[in-house]
Design a protein. Structure first.
Length: 212
């Protein structure tokens, strides 16, 4: 029994160490990929080149990221979902008032889209063309649609949805107005400030979803 206890104890203490090592390898590979993007462009950021720069085996890179697309997703996610984003999420999960919760999607959208601009610029400057970048975004768009469900559910339960607006239509409106495309058109193409975008989006969501 004592021997079994020691084995269990060893596994408990080894697991965090292995996880830290895996996290460090992941960070090292991502950092190497970003450096290669700057120095050699997207075409030069091959899996073998990333592995060599990170000091790991090629199969290790494939095991962590799967492909170049996976590496690009990692670079974008690291920019988007940092401490500021996590702080906003920690706030919104504590909010119970449906109208107060509706004020968070504009803040979250702005935080994500402003944070990713430097990485997007790097990817485009490094030779990753728009269609390839759009393909990387498809999965995140689906995740955004799913994560916004609680906002609409809260409005529906409180009977706050605008008369005549179905739950499915409300989800589509929220998803569309908080899209990266709308941010890009208003902020990056038309020159709106982040404050102006956030204020417009906040008013638009209340008007379209609640009728206020």
């Amino acid at each position: 029994m004592a021997k079994g206890f020691k084995a269990d104890e060893k596994r408990v203490y080894e697991s965090p160490a292995r996880q830290r090592q895996a996290d460090e390898t992941r960070r090292r590979v991502a950092a190497a990929a970003r450096t290669l993007l700057k120095e050699t462009g997207y075409a030069g950021m091959t899996i073998p080149a990333v592995a060599k720069a990170a000091g790991v085996a090629v199969p290790t890179v494939y095991a962590i990221f799967g492909s170049k697309k996976g590496i690009v997703s990692e670079l974008l996610d690291a920019a988007r979902f940092g401490e500021a984003f996590q702080a906003l999420i920690a706030e919104v999960v504590k909010v119970t008032d449906p109208l107060a919760r509706l004020g968070y999607p504009p803040r979250i959208a702005r935080q994500i889209y402003e944070s990713e601009i430097p990485v997007e610029n790097l990817l485009r400057g490094a030779g990753m063309v728009a269609p390839e970048l759009a393909a990387v975004e498809d999965e995140r768009n689906c995740q955004r649609y799913d994560s916004q469900e609680m906002i609409i559910d809260g409005l529906e339960r409180a009977k706050l949805l605008r008369p005549g607006l179905s739950r499915d239509a409300a989800r589509a409106v929220l998803w569309t107005l908080t899209s990266r495309e709308v941010f890009r058109m208003l902020v990056r193409e038309r020159g709106w400030t982040g404050d102006a975008y956030e204020a417009w989006l906040r008013n638009a969501l209340r008007r379209e979803l609640v009728g206020q």
